[in-house]
Ligand binder design. Structure first.
Ligand SMILES: [Fe+2]
Length: 144
C-alpha cells in the first residue's frame, strides 16, 4: 500500500530529523564549524520533506502518522545517543540512513507507477536525486 509505505518513509524522516539535530549539537573535533553548519542544512531539507510527505499522504486520501510513538514503532532509522561524536562517525552513520531513505522512496515510486499515481511518483524523483547527490558527497567526504 502506497500510504503505508509513505508513512514508513515519514517515520524514518522524523527520526532522522531528530538524529541530525542531535549530531548538530554533539559534533566534536577540528571540523566542528563546517560540520555543525552542514548538519543544520541537512536537517532543514529533511524538515521540508517531512511536511511535503505528510501533506502528500493527505492529498491521496490517506492519514499521515503524527506522533513520535507512531514513528518510533516502525522506524528503520536508529536514533543517535546523547553523546559527543566526531564527524567521521556521523557521516558513516548518516550515509546508511540516506540509503534507507532512498530505498523508501524507490519502493513508493514503484508502487505509485503500478497504480498510475504519477504525482506521487514524480515527488519521489525529487527525493531520489536529492539523496543520490547527498550519498555521493558523503562518500567523497569519507574517502581517504
Ligand atoms: Fe543550532
Amino acid at each position: 500500500m502506497i500510504t503505508e509505505d509513505l508513512n514508513l518513509f515519514l517515520s524514518n524522516l522524523n527520526v532522522f530529523y531528530r538524529k541530525l539535530q542531535n549530531y548538530h549539537w554533539n559534533i566534536k573535533g577540528e571540523d566542528f564549524f563546517n560540520v555543525h553548519a552542514k548538519l543544520e542544512e541537512l536537517y532543514d531539507d529533511i524538515n521540508e520533506q517531512i511536511d511535503e510527505v505528510a501533506e502528500h499522504i493527505l492529498i491521496i486520501d490517506g492519514q499521515p502518522l503524527g506522533t513520535m510513538s507512531d514513528y518510533l514503532e516502525i522506524t528503520q532509522i536508529k536514533e543517535a545517543q546523547n553523546e559527543k561524536i566526531c564527524s567521521k562517525k556521523i557521516f558513516e552513520t548518516i550515509l546508511k540512513d540516506y540509503c534507507i531513505l532512498s530505498e523508501n522512496a524507490t519502493k513508493v515510486k514503484e508502487d505509485a507507477d503500478n497504480e498510475k499515481k504519477y504525482a506521487t511518483s514524480a515527488l519521489m524523483d525529487e527525493y531520489l536525486s536529492d539523496y543520490g547527490k547527498k550519498i555521493w558527497m558523503i562518500r567523497q567526504y569519507l574517502m581517504q
